[in-house]
Write a protein that binds this ligand. Structure first.
Ligand SMILES: *Cc1c(COP(=O)(O)O)cnc(C)c1O
Length: 355
């Protein structure tokens, strides 16, 4: 696909203080747009100045939420090159989400190249301070103007870019997580495995209630028995119990995180036992009570590894590893961010150079 490029005539000033980049508030000068029209397919790929888009009030997305997204990062490396982390996996997952929400498939390689071209146009926006990166947000939404419920005949694929620092202002400090037993995020047969905007809308209430109790994140349990562990709002979850690392198996209501997959691969390469299985909250409580719950951490593109210092379930507070980051969590953070930023050799062939 040939992209038409229109450069801005009013470039913005780049952030001066790269050590204090707020997450997702500053956007670069340009964005990518590709339209979809039934009968034509994806067409009119273009890079244009970043700015508002006009929408008819009857645009279906605003009413029925036919919208999906992705999140990935590009890093400025010590060798001067810019690398993206596993973009092929994001585009493959976008098609899984598309399929679930009746959105037409994209050409994964062609769209990856279009994103790389946008990043290349904005390469001066990729920050270089430690723990910073360029966050890439691709998204697709329905654009039919019609108040009927059916899959749209037209869509927009867009990509915006934001230079970011660490996701949590606290950095790698452990977070406090509330185990939610009233609200649920997803059920099997629903769209929990898709990266859909609606999955976030449904999670806000639990998030707000937990926030009022002093917890920064929610750990979701399964929607039927409220017993089996699913994931944290925007992260998958791992537990180290008695030397073995476990994470909930992908069951249809959990988002298959790319960081989750990377963590499993790094653990295997270091011969640390790791397994994917159904885990109940009772097993976690039991491990906590008998002193074998050694580490808990979340995984996701935004934070990479997020150590969990406390889990609260039905009033029981489990303080993990004295509220400090564990050695396996730290090793995983160092290894994955090392590969992402080009400081550790990428033996997995995960990164792609933007040129
Ligand atoms: C994006 C996301 C994750 C993390 O996935 P990564 O590919 O590792 O960034 C986990 N859970 C949910 C609900 C998500 O939307």
């Amino acid at each position: 696909m040939e992209l038409k490029i229109t450069k801005t005539t009013a470039p913005k000033a780049k952030p001066v203080d790269e050590n204090n980049l707020p997450f997702g508030k500053t956007f670069t000068d340009h964005m990518l747009i590709i339209d979809y029209t039934e009968g034509i397919g994806w067409h009119d790929g273009r890079i244009v100045p970043y700015g508002p888009i006009e929408m008819d009030p009857a645009t279906t997305t605003l009413h029925y939420g036919q919208a999906v997204f992705e999140g990935l990062k590009a890093y400025r490396c010590p060798d001067g090159k810019i690398r993206m982390f596993r973009p092929d996996r994001n585009m493959a997952r976008l098609n899984v989400s598309n399929d679930r929400l009746c959105i037409p498939a994209i050409d994964e390689e062609e769209f990856t190249k279009a994103i790389m071209e946008l990043v290349n146009v904005e390469r001066d926006w990729v920050p270089s301070a430690p723990n910073t990166s360029l966050y890439i947000r691709p998204f697709i939404f329905a654009t039919d103007v019609f108040l009927g419920v059916h899959p749209s005949h037209t869509y927009k694929f867009m990509v915006i870019l934001s230079p970011v620092g660490p996701y949590y202002a606290e950095g790698l400090n452990p977070v406090k997580i509330y185990v939610e037993d009233e609200y649920v995020r997803a059920v099997r047969g629903g769209m929990g495995f898709a990266k859909a905007a609606g999955n976030y809308a449904v999670s806000l209430k639990g998030q707000v209630v937990a926030g009022e109790k002093g917890y920064s994140q929610v750990l979701w349990l399964d929607g039927i028995e409220r017993k089996y562990i699913e994931e944290v709002g925007a992260m998958n979850i791992f537990f180290k119990i008695n030397g073995e690392v476990v994470t909930p198996a992908l069951n249809g209501s959990i988002l298959p995180g790319i960081t989750r997959d990377s963590v499993i691969n790094v653990l295997k390469s270091k011969n640390i036992p790791v397994s994917e299985k159904r885990i109940s909250i009772d097993e976690i409580l039991e491990a906590y009570n008998n002193g074998t719950l050694e580490e808990v951490f979340g995984t996701g593109t935004a934070a990479v590894i997020s150590p969990v210092g406390e889990l609260c379930h039905k009033g029981v507070k489990m303080v993990i590893n004295n509220g400090e980051i564990g050695t396996v969590s730290q090793m995983l953070y160092d290894t994955i961010t090392g590969i992402q930023s080009g400081v550790i050799e990428d033996t997995f062939n995960w990164t792609r150079i933007v040129e």
